[in-house]
Design a protein around this ligand. Structure first.
Ligand SMILES: [Mn+2]
Length: 332
């Protein structure tokens, strides 16, 4: 059993690096802190790293001040969380030069199984959910701190228990976590209900760019670099903005084009049947069936047109056999 291999790895080693992805979300941060907490309780030397700024909305989580932006030296074991592939970690070095054993814990369908131990469950709502099950096997006690981290993972990756990945399992887990003292309204206030003014100004700009495709099946928003510089916005200010495109009645796919220095960061959301995870992978990115993204290098207008054309074509092919036509190039 994979989990036995995981626990043997934990028990027989002492020095751990726990790391999750760049552009960190609630699952990246929550699962990182939960893993770090459990390893430390077990007396392991543990370094927690995210190679990127963590959004301020997660500053309330226990242990967040111990998360570092980099690391030195080598480790017995590197535990990678919520990363479909090694690029998502944001380090240049080969993982094998950092740790003797690589453990990959993830729930993305496109996971590349880059670890020596791979615990990959695409049916799980979040890495937090996978961790809960792993910790239960060892009869680890859940207190409010550990519970709050796991709860945040699940609550954010299910969009506050609204997405199709909200399963009986994740509701049962969260019910138990509330039972050990997690306060959903506290998590919700920090994570979902507190906004910087610049986030709302960004939303204002994004909404003013909102356009809908001729057939009404897709809608998009655009944020030029100039606006981002003016408002001094970060990645975290973009959180949730794309949903406004997806929410329009009749729309299946929502798209957000964010101009970057050398290309475009594109986010995709779908409502019902369109696999945006597959679309993003074809564009060199990744993600889930209903939520995904990619970064494409090249000229903004060219990329935008190609992506919109591609979506229009795919939408018009609904019900037809997928011809497997792939857009391989990352550069336009
Ligand atoms: Mn996740």
């Amino acid at each position: 059993m994979v989990s036995r291999e995981f626990w043997n790895t934990v028990k027989t080693n002492t020095k751990f690096l726990v790391i999750s992805h760049i552009f960190p979300d609630g699952d990246a941060v929550g699962s990182l802190l939960a893993t770090g907490m459990v390893l430390k309780t077990m007396g392991k030397k543990t370094t927690m790293v995210i190679m990127d700024k963590t959004p301020e909305c997660f500053d309330f989580l226990p242990g967040i001040n111990e998360v570092k932006r980099g690391f030195d030296g080598v480790f017995d074991c590197v535990i990678v969380l919520d990363c479909s592939d090694v690029d998502r970690i944001g380090i240049k070095a080969n993982l094998k030069t950092i740790g003797r054993i690589i453990v990959n814990i993830d729930h993305h369908p496109g996971n590349t199984y880059f670890g020596d131990v791979n615990i990959v469950d695409p049916s799980a709502s979040s890495v937090g959910e996978i961790l809960y099950k792993l910790f239960k096997e060892l009869e680890i006690q859940f207190d409010t701190c550990l519970g709050e981290c796991i709860f945040t993972s699940i609550a954010t990756d299910t969009g506050s228990f609204k997405y199709s990945n909200t399963t009986p399992d994740c509701m049962r887990i969260c019910s138990e976590l509330i039972g050990v003292g997690v306060r959903p309204e506290r998590v919700s206030r920090f994570v979902f209900e507190t906004k910087a003014i610049k986030s709302l100004q960004l939303l204002q700009k994004a909404l003013s760019s909102l356009k809908i495709g001729k057939d009404g099946l897709y809608a998009w928003m655009e944020v030029p670099l100039k606006i981002q510089t003016e408002l001094k916005v970060d990645d975290e200010d973009f959180e949730g903005i794309i949903n406004y495109a997806r929410q329009i009645k009749g729309v299946e796919v929502g798209i957000l084009f964010r101009e970057m220095d050398k290309g475009v960061k594109i986010s995709f959301r779908s409502n019902d049947w369109f696999d945006v995870g597959k679309l993003a992978r074809e564009l060199g990115g990744g993600g889930h069936t209903r939520a995904s993204g990619c970064i494409v290098e090249g000229k903004y207008d060219v990329i935008k047109k190609r992506v919109l054309d591609k979506i229009r074509t795919k939408l018009s092919q609904k019900g037809l056999r997928d011809d497997g036509n792939k857009w391989h190039t990352k550069h336009s």
